[in-house]
Ligand binder design. Structure first.
Ligand code: ZN
Length: 489
């Protein structure tokens, strides 16, 4: 390991002597991935992969070059290939890359984990899923599915400025899904995924407390039964009360993605899309009502959106994106803040937000969400919010989503809705949907639940970049109410 460390450092220094202004390497000593799927109580698949490799990024005359290999000992050749790629790119780079200054750090981060899921026997993991499956087995359930994923990454980051950061990161995801079929052949679905409250450890012990996952099975299956007997969601305009199981996606799609600075600068237009947000909006745009405060918090101990240091070597931070409704900051990296400040003609972004992440050794870092959270409010519990709602609908579970390519509007279908009339939850409705323009929607935020209503929902599948990168992150969000929202369309 020490020998390899020296070789990596030598390779970075050598490309700098050959003309590069900066170089970094991400060495994945080990990336373990395990996925287990149970269908109808039977073990459908177990996938296990162990990967190792190194990626080198080189900056030459304002252009990036990148190369990677699964044979880390070949780091010198990889660094030379990255430099060669940068030389070619430098001939046609539209906007020269410069990196915001920062202190090169030496650091170590290990995500808190009491029981490493990779030390738990397969029989125990399958046994846990089967115990949940047994609770989901009811006459009205046509299909039962359980998913468990674990990842463990041991990484070393080195750069030509002298930074050296080691990370060990554990992530654990679980999901239960039940599907039922109506007499007309249409299906209904109810699901739940492993969640927490941002604290504690993120190992196998997450399953010891039934509140995080296993204890939700009886409710999930009962609600599917109610959905199969429910009336269609009405088509009208009313208050929507979003539970964390849909509020996370609302936050993800039209706050998180809209505030990625590379999108705002136009770098994702060919794939994931752009953003309606303009550089001149920072500091003035009223994004939402006064009740809306949003932060990017990569310091929550127990979330895949917390990782110690980003892939620029910047320590994880907790900073405000939207404060009392006003847009303040974005999801940023060393590269994009320099370009954005120059294009804006003023200092919009003081420092990198520490949001540059790559999904593996063979991908380049991009602006990625960390934990994009909404501060708790002062409107009490879910019951308090319902009691103060004249005509509304409580919504939960993300079934489908459609978002404008610049995130300027959205339409979501949820798994379940409960109508609210005169402060009382009345009946379940099926196929609930809602949609609106992004800014009028957030400005219609009229109630935010307190800390007791917050849940940290993990996202294991955020897609961005070419070639594609799937990223893991989180959203710690309270129950929220928005007024005058069209539903059922
Ligand atoms: Zn996403």
């Amino acid at each position: 390991m020490n020998d390899l460390r020296t070789r990596i450092r030598d390779a970075l220094q050598r490309v700098c002597r050959a003309g590069a202004t900066y170089a970094d390497a991400r060495y994945y000593r080990e990336q373990d991935d395990e996925g287990i799927i149970l269908v109808q109580g039977n073990l459908k698949s177990v996938e296990r992969a162990v990967t190792t490799g190194i990626g080198v990024r080189v900056l030459y005359r304002g252009a990036w070059g990148f190369a990677a290999t699964g044979a880390p000992e070949a780091v010198q050749g990889v660094a030379e290939a990255a430099l060669e790629n940068a030389r070619v790119a430098a001939q046609r780079v539209p906007y020269p890359v410069r990196l915001a200054p920062r202190t090169p750090l030496t650091g170590h981060y290990e995500s808190p984990c009491a029981i490493d899921p990779f030390d738990v026997p397969l029989e125990e993991k399958v046994g846990l899923l089967q115990s949940v499956d047994a609770q989901l087995t009811r006459p009205w359930v046509a299909q039962r599915m359980l998913f468990l994923w674990a990842t463990r990454r041991r990484m070393l980051f080195l750069d030509s400025d002298g930074a050296e950061i080691e990370k060990v990161i554990h992530e654990l995801f679980a999901r239960m899904v039940v599907i039922g079929v109506e007499p007309n052949g249409m299906s209904q679905e109810r699901s739940y995924e492993l969640r927490n409250r941002g604290v504690g450890t993120r190992g196998w012990e997450a399953f010891h407390d039934p509140a995080y996952f296993t204890g939700h099975a009886p409710r999930v299956v009962e609600e599917l039964g109610q959905l199969l007997a429910a009336e269609q969601c009405p088509q009208d305009t009313r208050s929507v009360i979003l539970l964390p199981g849909i509020m996370f996606l609302q936050t993800h799609e039209v706050i998180g993605h809209a505030l990625e600075l590379d999108r705002i600068l136009g770098y994702e237009l060919s794939y994931a899309g752009g953003s309606f947000v303009r550089l001149e909006d920072f500091g003035t745009l009223q994004y939402g009502s006064e009740k809306l405060t949003v932060r990017a918090d990569a310091t929550l101990p127990n979330s895949p959106g917390s990782f110690g240091y980003d892939d620029d070597g910047i320590p994880c931070q907790n900073y405000v994106l939207i404060e009392r409704g006003i847009l303040k900051n974005a999801i940023t990296s060393r590269q994009t803040i320099v370009e954005a400040n120059e294009k804006a003609g003023r200092t919009v972004f003081e420092a990198s937000g520490g949001c540059a992440r790559a999904c593996g050794f063979n991908r380049v870092p991009l602006e990625r969400m960390t934990n994009i959270n909404i501060d708790p409010g002062t409107d009490g519990t879910l019951e308090d919010i319902i009691a103060h709602t004249e005509r509304g609908i409580v919504l939960d579970g993300a079934r489908s989503w459609s978002i404008g390519s610049n995130r300027e509007q959205f339409h979501f279908a949820c798994e379940i809705g409960w109508l609210v009339e005169d402060g009382v939850k009345t009946r379940v409705v099926k196929n609930p949907t809602y949609g609106m323009e992004t800014l009028p929607f957030w400005r219609a935020l009229s109630a935010v639940g307190d800390e007791r209503t917050r849940e940290l929902v993990f996202v294991p599948n955020c897609g961005k970049g070419l070639p594609s990168q799937i990223m893991h992150l989180g959203h710690f969000v309270p129950v929220c109410r928005f007024d005058n929202v069209p539903i059922g369309r």
